[in-house]
Write a protein that binds this ligand. Structure first.
Ligand code: BT5
Length: 250
C-alpha cells in the first residue's frame, strides 16, 4: 500500500491546494494525503509569487508529509520532488526533463512544472503544479506544457498516477536516508551545471560558476578566485546579469 496518495481528495475549485492540505494537517490528518484540484483561484509560487494555470489543464496538487526530521534536513526535499516530477513527465512524454535549482522542471528550456515546499500546521506540505495541456499562449512567458513539448495529447490521469508512484518511492528513500538521499538523479538532469550563472535572492545578486549541489541541497557557486559559496535559496539565472552598475559581483 503506497503512503503518498493512499487518500486522494479531488476538488474542482480551491484558492490553493496548499491551504486545503494545511487545514487537513491542522485537523490531524496523517501523512500521505493528497489534494488535487482542477482550478486554483490563488495558486502560489515561492516568495509570494503567483502560479497561473487555466482550469482543467494542469496537475495542481499538494501532499501532506510528516517526515519527522529537523528543518535543516529538509533542504534536498524540493530536489527529490523535482526528480519525481521529472520521472513522471518523462514516462508519459518520452522526453528528457531538466531540473533548474532548486524547484523548476523544464522541457526544452521552458518551465513545465514548479514545486513549492511549506512548513505549516506542524506538517511539511509539498505543492506541485505541472502544465499538461491547453494553450501555451495564456501561460507566463517562458512556460510550456507537457503536451506542447511532446507534440501530442497527454492523459492527465496517467501523469497523476505516475507522479504519485514516483513521489512515494522518492519519499521512502528520502526518509530512509534521513534527508540525505543520493542526489545523482537530480545532478544528471541539472540545468546550467558548470555554467556561469547569477543567483538572485531578494535584492542580492551573486555571480559565479554553478559547480555543484551539496548533500543538503545547497547550490555551490564558485567565484573567480576558486572559493565556493553554498547558497540555500534564490533564483538561478543563466549568465552574468548585467545591471546599470555593471555585471553583478560575485
Ligand atoms: C514555483 O514557484 O515554481 C512553485 C509553483 C507551485 C505551484 C503548485 S500548484 C499546486 C500547489 N498549490 C499552490 O498554490 N502552489 C502549488 P516559483 O519558483 O516562485 O515560480 C513562480 C513563477 O513561475 C511565477 O512568478 C511565474 O513567473 C512563473 N509561473 C507562474 N505560473 C506558471 C506556470 N503555470 N508555468 C510556468 N511558469 C509559471
Amino acid at each position: 500500500m503506497p503512503l503518498i496518495g493512499h487518500r486522494l481528495i479531488r476538488r474542482d475549485r480551491v484558492v490553493s491546494t496548499m491551504d486545503e492540505v494545511a487545514a487537513l494537517a491542522a485537523a490531524g490528518e496523517p501523512e500521505g494525503t493528497v489534494v488535487l484540484a482542477e482550478e486554483q483561484t490563488g495558486g502560489r509560487g515561492r516568495a509570494g509569487r503567483r502560479w497561473e494555470a487555466p482550469a482543467g489543464t494542469a496537475v495542481l496538487c499538494s501532499v501532506l508529509l510528516r517526515p519527522g526530521l529537523p528543518p535543516d534536513r529538509l533542504g534536498p526535499l524540493p530536489l527529490m520532488v523535482g526528480v519525481a516530477v521529472a520521472e513522471a513527465v518523462e514516462a508519459v512524454a518520452r522526453l528528457r526533463c531538466q531540473l533548474k535549482w532548486p524547484n523548476d522542471v523544464w522541457l526544452g528550456e521552458r518551465k513545465v512544472a514548479g514545486v513549492l515546499i511549506a512548513a505549516r500546521a506542524g506538517a511539511v506540505i509539498v505543492g506541485i503544479g505541472i502544465n499538461v495541456d491547453g494553450p501555451v499562449s495564456v501561460l507566463p512567458a517562458g512556460a510550456t506544457t507537457v503536451a506542447a513539448a511532446a507534440g501530442r495529447p497527454i492523459a492527465r490521469a496517467a501523469l497523476v498516477e505516475r507522479l504519485l508512484a514516483r513521489l512515494d518511492a522518492g519519499y521512502l528513500v528520502f526518509t530512509a536516508a534521513r534527508g540525505a538521499p543520493d542526489l545523482g538523479p537530480w545532478r544528471a538532469r541539472a540545468a546550467m551545471l558548470g555554467e556561469a550563472v547569477t543567483i538572485e535572492s531578494g535584492a542580492t545578486r551573486r555571480h559565479g560558476r554553478f559547480v555543484g549541489v551539496a548533500a543538503d541541497g545547497a547550490l555551490e557557486l564558485a567565484a573567480g578566485d576558486g572559493s565556493v559559496t553554498r547558497i540555500h535559496a534564490g533564483d538561478l539565472v543563466r549568465g552574468p546579469v548585467l545591471t546599470a552598475a555593471g555585471p553583478a559581483r560575485g
